[in-house]
Design a protein around this ligand. Structure first.
Ligand code: UT7
Length: 331
């Protein structure tokens, strides 16, 4: 029994925030951002749009792509660090809007690795025979936790959502997956206030502690190393060499991280899908949006080996190898 990706979808807000616009907001410049990150613009949700709105649009599109009705969904997992509320879970809001009354629903938090963690959990339920149809969503409105007075972080992040339908099938599918964590690096990427350690107060708001705080250089070093190691481990588990990968979909944090990791793996840029120039880093949404876009743009054909690899806050990481068996589609 394999977990097979049978449907994909994504949604991003219409509003574009360009590097040139950011030049008006903080002490930065387009050239620095492009050279140091590869990002040119990102999407920003309007005030009335929350994470569940983007997630719902992505979910509807993935279900339509899979030809699956809401009633067939057994489980909904939403990976996010920007849920609509601390509770109820964003996944429950999606269940309600879809009318997916047969589905269990929960959120998971593994920062930018959340979608791969979600795939891993879904795969376990499918291979155990517990569930047949699972919706895994990565969705974020990072603009809500981004400090637009901090040039170290505000140029990096954007909003969006991607979704995948996994179904039980006889043909491979998901060939290998690993997830991992190193909590010793937890302070490197943190939203300090608003939880039980530092509940919201006038002081936490005044100190701007409800925004992302990041030690960029340390996260960078961790990312390059772990992407290579994790990718090699899942490829070995699937009996594949890096040279056999047709397309790698890395987490979209920084073009220099992607380039360094792919160079170490010996995977050329022509086999890497990159969309961070248009969307920036959308945390848990980055990988499913990129996968969905790559599929919609006809970059994947049946029989291709696709490698997903990500890293993020926690610190966390994850990688997955998929044998693609969906027909190529074009926009
Ligand atoms: O999703 C997972 C989480 N995050 C990541 O993966 C991020 C990983 N880290 C990175 O992508 C990079 O470390 C950054 C893009 C965040 C920063 O790039 P860097 O090349 O590591 O720059 P840096 O932090 O070493 O800073 C170099 C200089 C500093 O100036 P001084 O101290 O040398 O005078 C910064 O103040 O660049 C300055 N700088 C900026 N300058 C213009 C930092 N941000 C900006 C900016 N515009 N936006």
């Amino acid at each position: 029994m394999y977990s097979v990706l049978t449907g994909l979808g994504y949604a991003v807000p219409d509003r574009v925030l360009t590097n040139v616009q950011l030049e008006q907001m903080v002490d930065t410049d387009n050239e620095w951002i492009v050279q140091r990150t590869g990002i040119r613009e990102r999407r920003i949700a309007d005030a009335s749009t929350a994470t569940s709105d983007l997630a719902l649009a992505a979910a509807r599109s993935a279900l339509a792509d899979a030809g699956v009705s809401a009633a067939e969904v057994d489980l909904i997992i939403v990976a996010t660090v920007t849920p609509d509320y601390a509770f109820p879970a964003t996944a429950c809001l999606i269940q309600r809007e879809l009318g997916a009354w047969n589905a269990a629903a929960f959120d998971l938090e593994a920062a930018c690795t959340g979608f791969i963690y979600g795939l891993g959990i879904a795969d376990q339920f499918i291979r155990a025979g517990t569930y047949r149809t699972i919706l895994v969503i990565g969705a974020e409105t990072l603009s809500r936790i981004t400090d637009y007075t901090d040039r170290n972080t505000c140029v990096l992040f954007g909003d969006g959502a991607g979704a995948a339908v996994l179904r039980a099938g006889e043909e491979p599918g998901l060939l290998g997956l690993e997830i991992g964590a190193d909590g010793r690096g937890g302070e490197l990427l943190v939203l300090p206030a608003g939880g039980s350690r530092n509940p919201a107060s006038r002081e936490t708001v005044a100190a701007r502690r409800h925004y992302i705080h990041m030690a960029g250089r340390e996260v960078f070093k961790f990312a390059v190393k772990i992407m290579e190691e994790s990718a090699l481990r899942v490829l070995a588990r699937a009996g594949l060499q890096p040279g056999e990968v047709d397309l790698i979909i890395p987490h979209q944090a920084n073009a220099r991280i992607i380039d360094s990791a792919c160079k170490r793996l010996g995977i050329g840029r022509d086999r890497v899908y990159v969309n961070l120039d248009r969307y920036g880093n959308m945390s848990a949404a980055s990988i499913p949006v990129a996968l969905s876009e790559a599929s919609a743009r006809g970059k994947l054909k049946p029989g291709d080996y696709v490698l997903l690899v990500g890293f993020g806050g926690g610190l966390t990481w994850g990688a997955a190898v998929i044998k693609w068996n969906k027909e190529a589609k074009h926009d």
